[in-house]
Design a protein around this ligand. Structure first.
Ligand code: RIB
Length: 312
């Protein structure tokens, strides 16, 4: 059987995660946090690691700084079975970092400081062209320059790769440059920013999705956290339930979902089954602390799914 292969042109970050109770400090105030973890993150890297843990091959095009984090990030890719051939080291830049704050309900607030990620340019995509042809899906996010995202979308069209675009962090997009994507996958707040329509009810979410479909996008999948997800196409809209778990840290759950989705689609699953399996994979990640470190291997995932389904 051919190994499902997913390409990613995207970010990596070092996640600096603070866990706190009650509240964040006010300006000028110092209060005690509860715990701290440092780990590997970045939406592009996270999605790649999810694909790899599930058994897929990942072609990763990304950039690190020439600081102490750069070699650690490269090594983390290697440990996750991802080649460092297209990981550029940018002289004079820091690697991307993400200070993250997680409350007692496992909800997160994230700053990103992209550093070297903002030096990932179209020429880096061109260098990887031959390798990119081996993939069936290309996963993109918005933590790298938009010109690189648009360039990668054009190249994907030329190479016949299906693009899944995760518009995170949300920013203004040129609709004519993203029309060829196979699937646009915002969460509620990204949908709101992209469309200006509040995502506070299913009717409004549907309106937001229609706005995107009218811009020429073929499939819109809105992720709704513990409320599941909803798929909108010009023909239909469909809701998917979430898996009910005891979440302690939701950081990276959206990335676990999209990495898994691209993997299962590349493996040949149909959209409904791929969404359902990806929801399960993302739910499992929220039961563990950390970002990539909370992503299960295929074997762990299958065992968990069996016990979830049997109610044990
Ligand atoms: O989606 C979660 C990710 O967003 C974190 O890993 C952080 O690095 C930011 O990129």
């Amino acid at each position: 059987m051919v190994t499902p292969t997913v390409a990613i042109v995207g970010s990596n970050m070092m996640d600096l995660i603070t866990y706190y109770r009650d509240r964040m400090p006010k300006t000028g105030e110092t209060i005690f946090g509860e715990d701290f973890e440092i780990g590997f993150g970045g939406k592009g890297a996270n999605q790649g690691v999810a694909v790899s843990r599930l058994g897929g091959k990942v072609i990763m095009v990304t950039a690190v700084g020439d600081d102490l984090f750069g070699p650690l990030v490269k090594n983390n890719f290697l440990e996750n079975g991802i080649s460092s051939k297209f990981i550029k080291t940018v002289p004079g830049k820091t690697s991307g970092v993400a200070p993250i704050f997680v409350d007692e309900k496992g909800r997160n607030s994230i700053f990103i400081i992209p550093g070297a990620n903002y030096s990932l340019f179209p020429e880096d995509v061109i260098q990887a062209e031959e390798e990119l042809q081996k993939a069936s899906f290309l996963l993109l996010q918005l933590e790298i320059p938009l010109e690189t995202v648009y360039y990668a979308i054009d190249m994907a069209q030329k190479l016949n790769l299906k693009v899944i675009l995760n518009p995170a962090p949300a920013q203004e997009l040129e609709w004519n440059k993203i029309q060829s994507v196979f699937l646009l996958a915002p969460n509620e707040s990204e949908l709101e920013s992209l469309t200006g329509i509040p995502a506070d009810s299913f009717t409004h979410i549907q309106e937001g999705a229609s706005f995107l479909l009218e811009k020429g996008i073929k499939n819109v999948l809105v992720t709704l956290g513990e409320k599941g997800s909803a798929l909108f196409t010009p023909q239909e809209s469909k809701e998917f339930a979430a898996y009910s778990v005891n979440s302690i840290d939701t950081t990276g759950a959206g990335d676990a979902f999209l990495g898994a989705l691209s993997f299962f689609l590349a493996e040949g699953k149909d959209m409904d089954e791929a969404i359902d399996l990806s929801s399960a994979y993302a739910a499992l990640s929220t039961t563990r602390r950390g970002t990539q470190k909370s992503f299960a291997s295929r074997e762990e995932f299958e065992n968990w799914l069996k016990s979830y389904s049997s109610g044990t």
